[in-house]
Design a protein around this ligand. Structure first.
Ligand SMILES: NC(=O)c1ccc[n+]([C@@H]2O[C@H](COP(=O)([O-])OP(=O)(O)OC[C@H]3O[C@@H](n4cnc5c(N)ncnc54)[C@H](O)[C@@H]3O)[C@@H](O)[C@H]2O)c1
Length: 378
């Protein structure tokens, strides 16, 4: 029998809410597979407090100092979006694999710049899209691959969440230069990623966005119609103004409707499967029962990432597979700001929306997002 692999020496950069609440527990759940070697945060008191609480020896306020001293195998990036790209590049250049929180970067240009620092056989950068990894989504993915549901025809992708004005008191939120965008970029990206990871690439998008009620530079509501390469049409709504919160995905295939309704995470009970009238009702329902119940979670994605590291293979939600939702978000912003339908192939370095989600002209973006149509009443 071969010896078990040594623990993956891991460093977490950014010791704020998501690091403490989610990543550190997920890493601890990995047991002997992971050794948490170091924490980094620009806030020295916070990093010391967090390192004490989790029994971590290495504590740093600078990522480069940490990389030089610790040579980790894996860097987990939990900083605000504005620091993602440089931290991912620093980790890759130091020879570490990287797992970075969403949104992957502030723009497609940043994403591609970071990807250019990957090696042909690793290290690779993967991005946090935890909703792909629950057993309900994995079961649906297998059905789609096997073609048992017929063609996908129609989709609904709603992220209707509520964030009060105080939520935007955190200085990096609601700003183009630090968060990169509003609910399209920071909140609905999870549902859009799950939808596209199941249905494949999109070809064109028509979108409207507004800043209706929150003290932000970006939108607080966005709506879009998306056409997929398969021909399927998806309607998307992302809102931070919806008191009864829900995350809702609906897939209408030729032979069944599959729905997922949850809020911030799901298990098998959140999925619903309705066979088409012509389908074998009992057979369809029986084939839908997943044999295990794995909730969507950072833990599930981290396990998959560690498996990829062991095999030396590009992880899921990396490369083109990690970029798809960001690309749709860029297309949505271009469509909303310019008032036109955007084709995916137009999002090249020649487009201002490749370089920043607002297209580089903050005044034009602000005017498009707050535009009110002239009243037609007398
Ligand atoms: N996957 C999810 O479901 C999910 C949920 C919430 C947040 N997030 C994402 O996680 C990231 C962090 O969000 P949060 O809520 O934890 O934010 P936060 O503000 O609570 O924490 C961020 C921490 O990063 C530190 N920091 C900032 N710049 C740094 C740098 N250059 N080097 C080291 N540390 C730095 C800050 O001091 C802060 O402690 C964001 O990208 C956010 O979108 C993901």
């Amino acid at each position: 029998m071969s010896d078990p692999s040594p623990p993956v020496r891991t460093a977490v950069v950014g010791s704020g809410a998501i690091a403490r609440g989610v990543h550190l527990p997920a890493l601890a759940d990995m047991g002997d597979r992971v050794h948490l070697a170091a924490l980094v945060d620009v806030d020295e008191a916070l990093v010391a407090e967090t390192a004490d609480a989790w029994g971590v020896r290495g504590r740093y306020t600078d990522v480069h100092a940490m990389l030089a001293a610790e040579s980790p195998d894996l860097v987990v990036v939990c900083t605000p979006p504005v620091a993602h790209k440089d931290t991912v590049i620093a980790g890759l250049d130091a020879g570490a694999w990287v797992w970075c929180e969403k949104p992957p970067a502030l723009s497609l240009a940043e994403y591609d710049e970071a990807a250019a620092h990957e090696g042909e056989h690793g290290p690779f950068a993967g991005y946090v899209f935890q909703h792909r990894f629950g057993s309900g989504a994995e079961r649906l993915r297998r059905h789609i691959r096997q073609g048992t549901l017929g063609r996908p025809l129609v989709g609904v992708c709603n992220t209707l969440w509520y964030r009060d004005p105080e939520y935007f008191g955190v200085p990096w939120r609601g700003r183009w230069d630090t968060e990169g965008g509003g609910p399209s970029m920071g909140h609905g990206i999870h549902q859009m990623d799950l939808m596209l990871s199941l249905l494949g690439d999109w070809t064109e998008v028509t979108s409207v966005m507004s800043t209706i009620a929150r003290p932000v530079q970006t939108e607080d509501v966005s709506m879009a119609i998306v056409r997929c390469e398969s021909g399927a049409k998806i309607s998307v709504t992302n809102s931070l103004l919806s008191p009864r919160q829900t995350s809702y995905l609906r897939f209408d295939f030729e032979d069944a409707t599959v729905e997922l309704e949850h809020l911030y995470g799901y298990d098998n009970a959140h999925w619903r499967w309705t066979p088409a009238p012509h389908a074998d009702q009992e057979g369809a329902v029986a084939s839908w029962q997943p044999e295990e119940n794995v909730p969507s979670s950072h833990r599930a994605q981290l396990g998959s990432l560690l498996d990829s590291m062991e095999r030396g293979e590009r992880p899921r939600a990396s490369g083109h597979d990690g970029r798809r939702a960001l690309e749709l978000v860029a297309g949505m912003y271009q469509s909303a700001v310019l008032g036109e339908t955007v084709r995916r192939r137009e999002l090249t370095p020649e487009s201002g929306f490749y370089h920043s989600m607002y297209g580089g002209d903050a005044r034009a973006a602000a005017s498009a997002l707050t535009r009110t149509e002239p009243s037609t009443s007398a």
